[in-house]
Design a protein around this ligand. Structure first.
Ligand SMILES: [Zn+2]
Length: 621
């Protein structure tokens, strides 16, 4: 490389893009391309990958071609480049005939330096049908850039068949252009696919690492997701954020429900008209609305820098999707939160989708098995008690310390707990069921152990099992945590597709025969939710009385209100709210529905039913 070009690299950086220095990885990518070598760069969102090919495109003679699936982003990028004085254009389905021919004219005149095209154009084999002579004959493109290159792999999360045409397209250009591939998320398997399917020749390989230190990761396993979401939103009220849901229905429900609590929300999913989608997206992008509720259809090509949180109302199908969606938080480098609200149902929904989502294709058992394994991994992310960041990075093949200090697992005070006895009880249950040639899912096993009475248990005659009710006094969530741990460690296994059942794994005998202890980390302190349960259900009389006179007055007023409601509805007063809840109201003095939802014993239904009446009394006292 000549000295002049090194100078050029920096002058373009400064003059066109206005930066003084390059970020990690950018320089290697630019130098790789400029030295004439193929380049494969894996960079997380927000690392500045477009500069890596825009600068070489401006340095190289001729017109660089950028293949990108993100039609919505093309226009923005081209506008930004033109704004900066770089002649760029795009060809995709959004152009009308006039715009199309104007662009073709510019290509013919040789003035375009960067041309963005959608991959579908390659499939038709006529991308330059309207140009005077194809650029591959006249002045061949010096560089072909493949953006979002993971789309070429069926192991990636956005597989596109049109990407398979790219290698042939590149081959048709003589002399062969430099090929540069970029992706934000790629596992080693996907990385191999990109290199192989694009026929990259000994590419310069760049991997800036996946860690995003400014992101805080959290998993919650709430009983009531809506209440948990309200709490999450309330503590981040003025910041911009995204709430991802698994289904359009869930999006619509939250969209209808949240404004009542004073949140400024909008929505996005594939079922909306184009106009509404565009308007809602803009409302969010321009901060006219603070919270976007959306399915995973939202976000591709969205580059909003000040997203302060991404809450997943449902668990996505794999870690790659999760990391990409959650990664839309904090692109400006400032602190941002990624919260996953997990429930066992999410696993079932995803199982169902894996089995039934093959409508237009032949069912592919190998792919289904692969997808199930990916689902298993994100389930462990959600249910395990290892550092969340470590789990995420391990998925991308990256080593990291066991403690990151920036995730809910690291920040929960846990201690090593010997759960050998409980583990034996759980394994015994699976063992006894096996003797009867039966196997069930987790919820059923927990019900049996806790001595639950339901139709299914009675129907199968499981009450006479020796293990029935042997964990009656144990919190269901604790049993579930230990059960998940036993599955994670392989003593038990979860098998079967759509309705997985728990079966014996390997080494379980050693646990049963007390030859092996089972030690796991469990939270040291009981959660607020657990406290609420114990104070309402186990301790008959609340011990901490209301001390001050003012609070005592309020307490009486609240009791009065409760009495009235109870009488009207013909239910006992404690059905409306327990004394403990009323005392908590006296302590917290909630002034809004959101604050009210933080009162012990207030679930979504009670919040909706009684919230306003109680708040009014509190505000007026
Ligand atoms: Zn951590």
């Amino acid at each position: 490389m000549s000295k002049e070009k090194i100078m050029d690299k920096y002058s373009i950086l400064k003059n066109v893009f206005g930066y003084d220095s390059l970020r990690p990885g950018q320089e290697e990518a630019i130098d790789g391309i400029m030295s004439g070598r193929d380049t494969l760069a894996v960079m997380p969102t927000g690392a500045g990958k477009s500069l890596c090919y825009q600068i070489p495109a401006m340095l190289l003679p001729g017109m660089t071609i950028v293949i990108s699936p993100l039609i919505s982003l093309m226009k923005d990028q081209v506008n930004a480049l033109r704004e900066a004085g770089c002649p760029a254009a795009y060809l995709n389905s959004s152009l009308n005939a006039q715009e199309y021919f104007q662009t073709i004219g510019e290509i013919n005149s040789g003035s375009i330096k960067l041309l963005y095209i959608a991959p579908e154009r390659l499939q038709r084999g006529d991308i330059f049908a309207d140009t005077e002579s194809s650029p591959s004959q006249k002045s061949p493109p010096p560089l072909v850039v493949v953006d979002e290159a993971h789309c070429i792999s069926q192991w990636g999360h956005d597989f596109r068949t049109s990407y398979l045409e790219i290698a042939g397209f590149i081959k048709s250009i003589k002399p062969r252009p430099i090929t540069a591939a970029f992706t934000a998320t790629a596992t080693p398997k996907v990385r191999d696919d990109i290199e192989r399917l694009l026929h990259l020749k000994k590419p310069v390989s760049i991997n800036t690492g996946f860690d995003r230190p400014n992101l805080y990761f959290e998993v919650q396993k709430p009983r009531d997701k809506k209440a948990a979401l309200l709490e999450c939103l309330a503590s981040r009220k003025k910041s911009s954020g995204i709430v991802y849901c698994a289904t359009r229905k869930a999006v619509d429900e939250l969209y209808a429900g949240l404004p009542r609590y004073g949140f400024s929300v909008t929505r996005y999913h594939a079922g909306l008209e184009d106009d509404e989608r565009r308007k809602n997206q803009d409302d969010f992008l321009y901060d006219r609305k603070t919270v976007m509720i959306a399915t995973n259809a939202f976000g591709m090509g969205i580059d909003k820098p000040n997203v302060r949180f991404v809450i997943h109302y449902n668990m996505p199908k794999n870690i790659e999707s999760y990391y990409q969606e959650a990664g839309r938080a904090g692109r400006d480098g400032g602190p941002a939160d990624c919260v996953l609200l997990y429930s066992g149902k999410d696993v079932h929904i995803n199982e169902y989708l894996i089995t039934h989502n093959d409508e237009d294709a032949e069912p592919n058992p190998e792919l289904q098995a692969h997808n199930r394994e990916l689902l298993r991994q994100i389930t462990f992310y959600a249910t395990g008690n290892e550092c969340l960041r470590r789990r995420l990075l391990a998925y991308f093949g990256e080593e990291s310390p066991a403690y990151c200090g920036r995730c809910s697992v690291c920040l929960t005070d846990r201690e090593d707990t010997d759960v050998s006895l409980e583990a034996r009880k759980i394994i015994s249950c699976v063992y006894r069921l096996k003797e009867r040639r039966r196997s069930f899912g987790k919820t059923m096993i927990i019900d049996i152990l806790r001595g639950g009475r339901n139709k299914k248990i009675a129907g199968f005659g499981l009450e006479d099992l020796s293990v029935f009710g042997i964990m009656a006094g144990t919190d269901a969530r604790r049993i579930r945590a230990i059960l998940d741990f036993l599955i994670d460690r392989g003593f038990l296994e979860s098998e079967g597709g759509e309705y997985p059942v728990v079966v014996l794994g390997s080494g379980y005998e050693e646990v049963l025969n007390e030859k092996r202890r089972v030690v796991m980390k469990l939270p040291k302190t009981v959660s607020r939710e657990q406290l609420a349960v114990s104070s309402e259900k186990k301790i008959p009389v609340e011990s901490g009385p209301v001390e001050t006179g003012a609070d005592k007055d309020l307490f009486e007023k609240l009791k009065e209100l409760r009495r009235g409601i109870a009488a009207k509805e013909g239910v006992p007063a404690y059905i409306v709210f327990s004394d403990a809840s009323l005392r908590d109201m006296c302590r917290k003095k909630p002034a809004s529905l959101v604050q009210f939802s933080a009162v012990n014993g207030v679930g979504a239904v009670k919040l909706e039913k009684y919230g306003e009446a109680f708040i009014e009394v509190i505000n007026n006292s």
